[in-house]
Every structure is written in C-alpha cells, then in structure tokens.
Design a protein around this ligand. Structure first.
Ligand code: KG4
Ligand code: ZN
Length: 339
C-alpha cells in the first residue's frame, strides 16, 4: 500500500492531493487563480508564481486534513516538475523537496503531461496497452503511443498553437472572456457547426502533426471583416463551426494513429478533453471502429494534483525516485526522463 501526496503548480492552479495506491482519491484540493488572471486575459507568469507561494502551504494542509491523515502517514511525495511556467513549477517542486527531506520519504518527479494521461487511470486502472493518448491542453496537442506506465512516444504534435490556446484566443476575439474553452463549448451547443466554412489543416499525407494557427486566424479574420462591414455575426454558429473544425482534425488523426500503432484503446487527456463536442464525436468514432475510449471526468481533465499522484504511484512501484537536486524543467518532453 502506498499513500502519496502530490503537488501541481505548473500553471495557474495550486493543487495538492493525497491518493492511495493510484486510485483512491482521499483529497484533491484545487485553488484556481483564474479570477486573478482573468483581468489580464491570460496567465501572467510572475503573478502566478507569487500566488502559488502564498497558497501552497495552506493547500497542502487542507489536502492532509481532508484526507484525514498526517505528514507521518505519507509514503512518498510527488510534484509536477515540467513542462510549465518555470517560476510556478519551482514552488511545487521546492515544497515537495522540503517535505521529502523533512519526512525522509522518496521524492517523485512527474511530467505534467504524464499526469494528464494518468487522470484516466485514476478512474480505470486496467486499460490495455498499447494506448493512443490524445493530450489536448492549453500548451500541448500531442498524440502519444503509451506502451506501459513510463513508456511514451510522441508521434504527433502541434506545429504552432495548441488546441486549448486556439480556443482561448478565438474566445478572446469573440469577447467571451477567459479561459475561453468552456465558454466556446457552451456557446457552440446552440450553434450550427456547418454554418461558417473554416479550414482544417491535415498537413502532409500521413502526418500526425497538428496546426491550428490558420484556423484561428480564419475565425479572427471572419470576425474583423464582419465588424468592418457592420454585419451582425451569429456567435453561436461561429463557435460551433470553429469547434467542429478543431474536433474533426483531432478525431481523424487520433483514429489514424490508433490504426497505425495497432492500439485498441484511445485516451483523451488535458483541459480540452473536457470539451463536450470532442467527447461525443470521439465516442461516435470509437464505437464505429470498435475501439475503446476513455476520458476523465471534467474535474480531472484540467490541472489537478490527483492525476500527478496517480502517475507518481506507478513510478513508486518501479522505484523511480528523484534526489534533492531535482529542478523544474519548463520545456520537459514527455519521452524524456525527468529525474
Ligand atoms: O490542462 P489544462 O488545465 O492546463 C494546461 O496544462 O494547459 O488546460 C487548460 C486549457 C485551456 O486552454 C482551456 O480553455 C481548455 O483547456 N479547456 C477547454 C474546455 N475546458 C478547458 N477547451 C475546450 N472545451 C472545454 N470544455
Ligand atoms: Zn495541464
């Protein structure tokens, strides 16, 4: 049995969780800074690090209290060490190092994207390898072949904007607010996804890479043109058409990857995995091709420490520990060893 505390501070959520054996979430405290960054239209890195510093001790204590355990019951402590904002990551990494040293327990470094993928294992630990994981967040759009815990190969990635970034920028131009993904998702529900013709970038034949900047610019140009002509824009139709264009490419490339790498199971992970249209479209596609699809509940899609604790559990079983020289690595790759 292993009781692991994990800390997640890679962007604008300060989170600490206590998870038993990679499945029992005893606590998962998430303190979001969204209201602070909202007024700037996006995350301000310096503000985020300072806020993490103010919040971290209280969030750790709350995670212990909610779990009903003390520091002395912990078997290991983990932190996301990258990728993310360096000043933000450092707060979580330093807190975890201090705890590991003071309690004399193993320190486990987790890749943030590995954490997102493991949100699925919190719910269903018996998923069959190899898996194709579509990791879609504010900073990443990656297709990953996972052949075991700790074994990842990135076979496709975005060449420009991440899917979540495109959602956020389009939402900002539409005047919807921040973060844009959930707002576009909600608005699109009442729109027609075929109303506005928008481009879909499939890149070269056989490529599993993505590109969303052309689509993003097309939406922004469409809005600017309409404003210049003083024409009324149906924002729900535009949101639905944008979302349809993003999701079409995500679904098609994920299916292509599953076929190429002979995977029978697809996982969705990251903030954009909360998107209702992506979920329903991928569900329909998976059932058409007889594939199994898993995605985490909404609260485990966006940044949280329980997913970090789950990934840490499998590193714990392998004895994959870090020493106190562990540092934050803002550009950490998923297939790179981060200890
Ligand atoms: O994984 P995450 O919490 O943070 C990063 O690691 O980036 O993802 C945040 C991203 C934001 O871009 C946000 O707009 C997007 O996920 N997002 C969504 C939805 N919920 C969150 N995008 C589309 N539809 C949603 N329902
Ligand atoms: Zn994330």
């Amino acid at each position: 049995m292993a009781l692991i505390m994990a800390i997640e501070t890679s962007c604008d959520e300060t989170s600490a969780a206590v998870v038993r054996d990679g499945v029992d979430i005893l606590s998962n405290i998430i303190s979001s800074q969204i209201d602070i960054h909202k007024k700037f239209g996006g995350v301000v890195p310096e503000v985020a690090s300072r806020k993490h510093l103010e919040l971290i001790n209280g969030v750790i204590q709350e995670a212990l209290d909610t779990a009903g355990v003390g520091f002395s019951s912990l078997d290991a402590v983990a932190a996301a060490s990258g990728p993310g904002l360096v000043g933000a990551l450092l707060v979580g990494v330093s807190a975890a190092k201090a705890m590991a040293y003071a309690l004399d327990i193993p320190l486990i470094a987790v890749n943030h994207l590995e954490g997102h993928i493991h949100a699925n294992f919190l719910v269903e630990p018996r998923l069959e390898f190899p898996l194709i994981c579509l990791v879609v967040s504010g900073g990443h759009t990656d297709l990953v072949v996972m052949s075991g815990h700790g074994s990842y190969r990135v076979v496709g990635r975005t060449r420009d904007d991440a899917a979540g970034e495109a959602f956020d920028k389009v939402a900002r131009t539409m005047g919807l607010g921040y973060p844009g993904g959930p707002l576009v998702d909600r608005l699109a529900a009442s729109g027609n996804g075929s109303a506005v013709p928008l481009p879909r970038a499939y890149l070269e034949e056989g490529s599993l890479d993505f590109s969303f900047s052309g689509l993003k610019s097309a939406v922004i140009n469409y809005l600017h043109r309409a404003r210049q002509r003083v024409e009324e824009t149906n924002l729900a139709d535009l949101a639905a058409s944008f979302q349809q264009a993003v999701v079409d490419v995500l679904v098609n490339k994920t299916l292509e990857a599953a076929e190429l790498y002979k995977a029978r199971t697809i996982l969705l992970a990251g903030g954009v995995a909360a998107n209702s249209f992506l979920r329903s479209s991928m569900t329909a596609a998976a059932s058409k091709y007889g594939l199994r699809l898993a995605y985490p509940p909404g609260i485990l899609c966006t940044d949280n420490a329980a997913m970090i604790a789950c990934a840490a559990y499998y590193r714990y079983l392998r004895g994959d520990f870090s020493d106190l020289t562990l540092n934050a690595v803002p550009g950490l790759e998923l297939d790179e060893h981060n200890c």
